[in-house]
Write a protein that binds this ligand. Structure first.
Ligand SMILES: [Zn+2]
Length: 353
């Protein structure tokens, strides 16, 4: 980061403003007036979009409702499938205290027609229709109620009046969402799980079950086999990190920007690695050397990656992936994260990497 960047960034919120923002988020999540899990999904969706579409400035950001809807479908798809919890019949989680939430019913209809979210996304006409319908629910329900703190509306994220065509985040909100994304994700997931667990309609089946967060929020492994088939050719059967041959070893698809940091699948983020590197890299960011290698690979093979991996149904957009990476490495520098150097070595990432 140079001197010039400092000048551009001068509309950033003050530490006091950032703290107040975080307190507001906490109040939203503690408010006991939820009747569905939409609010969690909305907060997570706008946070992820602030990373994908925004930058580290105090500027306002406009979000398309169709993009928010896409994130909603991503979040709810797996949770809308029947799941075999212990000795009970396959059970679908109730996401609302009353009738099943509308978005869930719509996703369930889609699931009767398409086996995977990837297949649904490939049918562009169907996919747009589903997004439009989810977008309209999002606009009418959680967008209206999200900023209700125990009965009182406090507009600190966006103004409803200005958000008819697209959701317009107030200045400084994008910055705070990007800054606190890991905290917001974790708080939302915890509260979401609590809501589902305590919902009377789920209580009998879910009471005491330990693996709920795995089912609700872990990445889906469904399509990764096919991603691996493509990557093994692209990488000429070599581990992305250590370069050793994958011929006689087990391999895995790794999220280059770790899932723990940014829990969404994007096509360019996948690399194929051997078992050893996979377990050693674990949840760490890879060092700047690997970052360069990843950026180069993506530029060089952008067309093939986009064509092949989007065909498997993943969102595949070079710009979007690289903006997420920019955000992640900036966070790592500011917060002195350890990065993985290969093998057993790690170091703290510093400025000017
Ligand atoms: Zn390796």
């Amino acid at each position: 980061m140079g001197q010039n960047d400092r000048v551009i960034e001068n509309n950033q919120p003050t530490p006091q403003e950032q703290l107040k923002f975080l307190k507001h988020i906490q109040q939203i999540l503690q408010s006991g007036t939820f009747t569905s899990t939409y609010k969690f999904a909305l907060l997570m969706s706008i946070t992820r979009l602030a990373i994908e579409q925004g930058q580290d400035t105090g500027a306002a950001l406009r979000l398309d409702y169709l993009d928010i809807a896409e994130k909603f479908i991503d979040l709810y798809w797996k949770q809308s499938l029947p799941f075999q919890f212990s000795q009970y019949e396959p059970f679908i989680i109730q996401q609302s205290t009353g009738r099943q939430a509308k978005v869930i019913s719509e996703i369930q209809k889609a699931q009767q027609q398409f086996k995977t979210i990837a297949a649904a996304r490939r049918d562009s006409v169907f996919w747009l229709k589903l997004r439009k319908s989810v977008a309209s629910t999002v606009k009418q329900m959680p967008v209206v109620y999200l900023q209700n703190l125990n009965g009182q509306t406090v507009e600190f994220l966006y103004s409803l009046e200005e958000s008819k065509q697209s959701l317009k985040l107030f200045p400084k909100v994008m910055y705070c969402l990007r800054q606190f994304s890991e905290i917001i994700e974790e708080l939302c997931q915890k509260r979401w799980i609590d809501f589902v667990r305590l919902n009377k309609q789920n209580l009998i089946v879910l009471d005491g079950l330990p693996d709920l967060d795995e089912f609700m929020f872990a990445p889906s492994r469904n399509q990764l086999g096919q991603v691996a088939d493509f990557l093994i050719d692209l990488q000429q059967c070599q581990c992305f990190y250590c370069g050793k041959s994958l011929k006689n070893s087990k391999y895995a698809v790794d999220h280059f920007i770790p899932w723990s940091l940014y829990p969404a699948d994007t096509g360019h983020n996948f690399v194929l690695v051997d078992e050893k590197c996979n377990s050693q890299k674990s949840n760490y960011l890879a060092s700047e050397h690997f970052l360069q290698q990843w950026l180069e690979r993506n530029h060089l093979h952008d067309q093939a990656i986009t064509r092949e991996i989007s065909q498997l149904g993943f969102l595949t957009d070079l710009q979007r992936s690289h903006r997420v990476a920019d955000w992640a490495y900036k966070q790592a520098i500011e917060n002195e994260y350890l990065v993985w150097l290969g093998g057993k070595d790690k170091k703290i990432l510093t400025q000017g990497y």
